[in-house]
Design a protein around this ligand. Sequence first.
Ligand code: UDX
Length: 469
Amino acid sequence: MIKMCVVGSGYVGLVAAACFAELGHDVTCVDNDSGRIGALERGDVPIHERFLPELLQRHRGKRLRFSSSLASSVQASEVVFIAVGTPPSESGETDLSYIEAVAREVGAVMATNASGYKVIVEKSTVPATTCEGIRRVMELNGASAASFEVASNPEFLREGTAVTDFLYPDRIVIGAEGPRCIALLQKIYEPLTSGAYYGLKEAIGEGAPAAPARLIVTSAKSAELIKHASNAFLAMKISFINAVAAICEGVGADIDQVRQGIGADSRIGSRFLNPGVGYGGSCFPKDIQAFRAVAQSAGYDFRLLEEVVRINDEQRRRFMAKLRSALWSLRGKRLGVLGLAFKGGTDDIRESQAVAIIQLLLKEGCSIAAYDPAAMEKSRSSGVFENQDVSFSSDAYAAARSADALLILTDWEEFAALDLARLRAELKYPILVDGRNLFRPESVTASGLIYVSMGRSEVPQKAAAIPGK
Ligand code: UDX
């Protein structure tokens, strides 16, 4: 059991804190937002994340506590994880001021209190050399160089599957130099790397993985780059398949068949090859900008990333063009929209392509009836559609009611299970424009709907069965 604190109670911080407690450690989750801390102490779960309520319930007040005092939490901890926000600045570079503020405070606490050796671990996604910056700021604020080490331990969790991504990782990356620091971090993850956690009967998830988690030790700078490069590569995969989908439409090929054929090459793999309305969320758009800025300052003009972003932006315009050709003029049309979140399984609407597309539609004079299983509250309270012609529906069928067309903008699993005949009956005109390819064209057309999707011809081809779709 290691005594630790996690600074930041956002997505990464809260999930990490809950999962570290699940691994048997003694954790304090710290945030300077005392309102949020109070709510967490009372039992609120501020984010929509599978298994998080169970974990918080299991450990709150026992191995997991919440605090708004950084000083006392740091003092009592051997390991301090920094998981505060790293928003982009105007120039696209990462704004490191929150991290710097934490480093300053941790340094000052360590200067006045001889509470022993500590490891400071950077968990947020940050440019290479941030670890060096943290070390410098801590020393400038009085922490003695011998009393601490700084490491990078990037987090690869996805929203919606954050808890299982954390507990069943493809790999754990530790960027650290000193043997004492490396050993401490190895110990923290030992229940996952030994596989012991997966043998527990109360373990979260769906049974033991084929192999225990793999731990990779690198330099801090390499760890920081691994995170940037991984996210950029995944975003590139999505833009690549979206570009191929556009070509499929042009030549009359079927993206499902092409995707299956490409993904069967184990060097490529079939995951993250789903075409759609483009990637969004709080990570990819921001991280790619940040990686470009990192490359620039390292003397490399990473134009490939510029193209990844351009293709992604283009997806919205391509989707609008599809709509125009399906509906002709958009002005005055009433549209049902399924999905507001940036992807299925989350209530997060940050950088959501669904929200961006709705805003384009509103500009064109459409009225929108939207439904999302989790993101309606955030859409309402954030004011993204304030004073606009957007209403929120109680379910998917209500959103379709009397609409000129129904649009799917987020890949919620439950949308794929909708009763198409019932949707057809609700709609004024039988048009389904699916920006996420959730259905097989044959099943949609069989229910009497006109189906427009991504990278597939409108009239279904006589295609071979595609397993898994
Ligand atoms: C991502 C990374 O996956 C994760 O490792 C990192 O820690 C944070 O950023 P997240 O933003 O939660 O996670 O979502 P992810 O599941 O990666 O999806 C990102 C976006 O890409 C979503 O808008 C999603 O709809 C889109 N996407 C994903 C596609 O359009 N096609 C795909 O095949 C996969």
